[in-house]
Design a protein around this ligand. Structure first.
Ligand code: GRF
Length: 201
């Protein structure tokens, strides 16, 4: 049984996609052991509760400085003893100590076809604005293992999404989520749970 801990910051639609695929048996041999959010009051926490999954907040603002948060963050992750940590729209920079400890056991979803529109500063709507500004005709999403860089780890899955006439960053964000993110994130977890994908640095 793969023990999965999901980290969120917001609405939690990617979390919901994972919950749904575990519940309908598409993802096998997997248990979501917890959900951690860095923000209070976000809907992702409700989604976890509705699914009977333990959900907690660990917020940098509750600690005197970043190094105190980083230490508490690592301790909190360790409490769940996860086999896999899934960053599902998690907007906190993952500290080095966590990356080192969970190398090969942490994946992230990014809303573009890496290496386009990724790295420092590319998160949320900004990614889609940049794609539209550049005038690309195809964008998409990428699931990758997390390493010490920003969006630089080994790629597990990608899915393309076509830009449509009249797209705004908002419409594009929505379509990338529906057509790509909600599909490839559960699929990547399934591949890891079944041993079909293994990390090699
Ligand atoms: C997604 O677009 C994800 O790619 C990005 O943050 C968003 C999270 O949305 N990193 P949600 O909380 O899963 O609805």
């Amino acid at each position: 049984m793969l023990k999965v801990l999901v980290l969120v910051s917001g609405g939690g639609t990617n979390l919901q996609a994972i919950i749904d695929r575990v519940n309908d048996g598409t993802i096998q041999d997997t248990e979501i052991v917890g959900v951690l959010s860095n923000n209070y009051g976000v809907y992702a926490l409700e989604r976890a509760k509705n699914a009977g999954i333990k959900a907690e907040v660990i917020a940098p603002k509750d600690f005197p400085d970043r190094s105190a948060f980083n230490k508490a963050f690592l301790e909190k992750l360790d409490e769940y003893n996860p086999d896999l940590i899934v960053l599902a729209g998690f907007l906190v920079v993952i500290p080095e100590i966590v990356i080192r400890k969970y190398e090969g056991k942490m994946i992230n979803i990014h809303p573009s076809l890496i290496p386009a529109f990724c790295g420092k500063g590319y998160y949320g709507l900004r990614v889609h604005e940049a794609a539209l500004e550049r005038g690309v005709k195809v964008t998409g999403a990428t699931v990758h293992f997390v390493d010490a860089g920003t969006d630089t780890g080994p790629i597990i899955l990608q899915k393309a999404v076509y830009i449509q006439d009249g797209d705004t960053a908002e419409t594009l964000q929505k379509r990338v989520m529906e057509e790509a993110e909600w599909k490839i994130l559960p699929e990547a977890i399934s591949l890891i749970a079944s041993g079909k994908v293994k990390y090699s640095s």
